[in-house]
Every structure is written in structure tokens, then in C-alpha cells.
Design a binder for this molecule. Structure first.
Ligand code: CAA
Length: 262
């Protein structure tokens, strides 16, 4: 992945099996606009196909994960433009990625930035991070899944308060409320922590990891009975893999599993 160059992303492989995507539009605090999102989607798609990669970390800068959708790009748009061209629909393509994505959120994660962070499978942040859905202050509402993902993430009353007031949520609070799985002291520790977790995940069977992400995500859409049935079918399916034999045999022999990802 590091061989490819992007204008608004820095992509590297700092750990075995782990790709790090850094949003890189510093002059606009990583405000999200179409060219950046197009690159991000292309990058995620490429990493999904790259057999050397097992997990992805998505981050911004210490000052801003992303300060939202680009307000200057949006300002002149009409209803016809945005509805007619399905503005923002493609942002959701990141959620089509099959490999796990951990967002490491430092600084501002506002509007579309908060929504992008929540599209990841796991959110980590630093204590001083600033989450928020300030769209109400601009005369609009969240448009990239915020009203849905935030409500599922922290509950209706808290999400409603954030979306109706536009007030920010600190990283510390995001951890207490379960929006973030872990909270770190500073930006560097947050990215390192995300890379540690990504490296751990990348060390497991790719098939099992893919299946695990798929079944957990189904819980967002299915009722409990169908969800549990779906999980069991996918669990059964993994018994057709070599990695299930390898993993269980290694346990019995007290050895480290050497996955074939087949
Ligand atoms: N869009 C476009 N440009 C942005 C931006 C955004 N969302 N956020 C910051 N920038 C730009 C600023 O315009 C500024 O550019 P110039 O130097 O050319 O003036 C540069 O980034 C630095 O920003 P500030 O000078 O404002 O930095 P600050 O430290 O004083 O303030 C901030 C930081 C509080 C995050 C402030 O920039 C801010 O409030 N940004 C807007 C946040 C926002 O409303 N986001 C929601 C957007 S709507 C949305 O996302 C819709 C959706 O659901 C998809």
C-alpha cells in the first residue's frame, strides 16, 4: 500500500499486516470533500484486496481527525445538486470494507468527521478529542449517518442532546458513554494503541476475522433470533476452513497457530 501515492492521504504499513491511513488535508483541518473521500474509498478497496494486510487504522492529525464535511464545498449547493447527485452517499462506501478498521481520533471529529470515525469498527480516542455533530448550527442536520450511528452508539437521549445542541463531547466522555472503546492520554499513544490492536487482529485467521466482523455488524440490522441464527450459520461455515483445524490443533498441542488464511 505504501507504493501508492495519494494527495489527501498518507498510507503506510508501520506494523506487520497493518495499514495506517492518515487523512492529510492539514490546511482545512482534514475537512472532508469529494476528492479526499474518493481517495479514501479507493484506498480502502485496495487494502481489502491486499493479502498482506489484516487490519486498518484510520487517523487524522493531533489537531483534527476531521473537522467535518467541507462547508465551503457545500455552501453553494442546491437541493437539485445534492439530491440529484446523491451527495454524501459514497462516503458510506468505507463501511463496505471487509477488513476491520480502527479509527484513532485526536482533536476535532465534528460533523462528517464524527460520522467517519463511527463508520470504523472500533473507535479509539485521546482524552482531549472533541466529538460533535454541529450541523444544526449551519442550518442542516447530520448527513453521513450521524443520527443513526450516534443513537445506536450512545443512546437516544444523549444523541438527541448532541445533535439538537451541536455541543461537543470530550474524548473522556466518549469513552464513558461507549462511543470509544479506549481513551488514551495523548494523540501519539492513541495511534500506537490502535496499531497495537490492529496488529493483534492481523495476527489471527483472516477468515475468522472477516466472519467476526460480518456477524457483529449483522447485529445492527437483524433482530436477536435471526442474528443468532445468522451467527451460527457463519460459525458452522468456518469448520470448512483449514484455519479452524490449524487453530484447534495448535491449542491441543500447546503450539502457536500458523494460519494459512484458507
Ligand atoms: N469545512 C471547510 N473548511 C474548514 C472546516 C470545514 N468543516 N473546518 C475547518 N476548516 C478550515 C477553516 O475554514 C480554516 O481555513 P482558512 O485558514 O482558510 O480560514 C482552517 O480550516 C482552520 O480552521 P480554523 O481557523 O477555524 O481553526 P480553529 O482552530 O480556530 O477552529 C474548529 C477549529 C472549531 C474545528 C472550526 O474550524 C470549526 O468550527 N469548523 C467547522 C466544524 C463544523 O461545523 N463541522 C460540521 C460540518 S457539516 C457536516 O459535516 C455535514 C455532514 O453531516 C456530512
Amino acid at each position: 500500500p505504501s507504493s501508492q501515492t495519494y494527495e489527501y492521504l498518507k498510507v503506510s504499513t508501520p506494523r506487520t499486516g497493518v495499514a495506517l491511513i492518515e487523512l492529510n488535508r492539514p490546511k482545512a483541518l482534514n475537512a472532508l470533500f469529494t476528492p479526499l473521500i474518493t481517495e479514501l474509498n479507493a484506498c480502502a478497496k485496495q487494502l481489502d484486496k491486499d493479502s498482506s494486510i489484516g487490519a486498518i487504522v484510520l487517523t487524522g492529525s493531533p489537531k483534527a481527525f476531521a473537522a467535518g464535511a467541507d462547508i465551503k464545498e457545500m455552501a453553494p449547493k442546491t437541493f437539485g445538486d445534492v439530491y440529484g447527485n446523491d451527495f454524501i452517499e459514497s462516503w458510506n462506501d468505507l463501511t463496505l470494507t471487509k477488513k476491520p478498521i480502527i479509527s484513532a481520533v485526536n482533536g476535532y471529529a465534528l460533523g462528517g468527521g464524527c460520522e467517519l470515525a463511527m463508520m470504523a469498527d472500533i473507535v479509539y480516542c485521546s482524552a482531549s478529542a472533541n466529538f460533535g455533530q454541529p450541523e444544526i448550527k449551519l442550518g442542516v442536520i447530520p448527513g453521513a449517518g450521524g443520527s443513526q450511528r450516534l443513537t445506536k452508539g450512545i443512546g437516544k437521549s444523549r444523541a438527541m442532546e448532541m445533535i439538537l445542541t451541536g455541543d461537543n463531547l470530550s474524548g473522556t466522555k466518549a469513552g464513558e458513554w461507549g462511543l470509544a472503546a479506549k481513551v488514551f492520554e495523548d494523540a501519539e499513544k492513541c495511534v500506537e494503541g490502535a496499531l497495537d490492536t490492529a496488529e493483534k487482529i492481523a495476527g489471527y485467521s483472516r477468515l475468522a476475522v472477516k466472519a467476526a466482523k460480518e456477524v457483529v455488524n449483522k447485529s445492527q440490522d437483524l433482530g436477536i433470533r435471526e442474528g443468532v441464527e445468522f451467527e451460527r450459520r457463519v460459525f458452522h461455515g468456518l469448520f470448512g476452513s483449514q484455519d479452524q483445524k490449524i487453530g484447534m490443533k495448535a491449542f491441543a498441542e500447546k503450539k502457536k497457530a500458523e494460519w494459512t488464511h484458507e
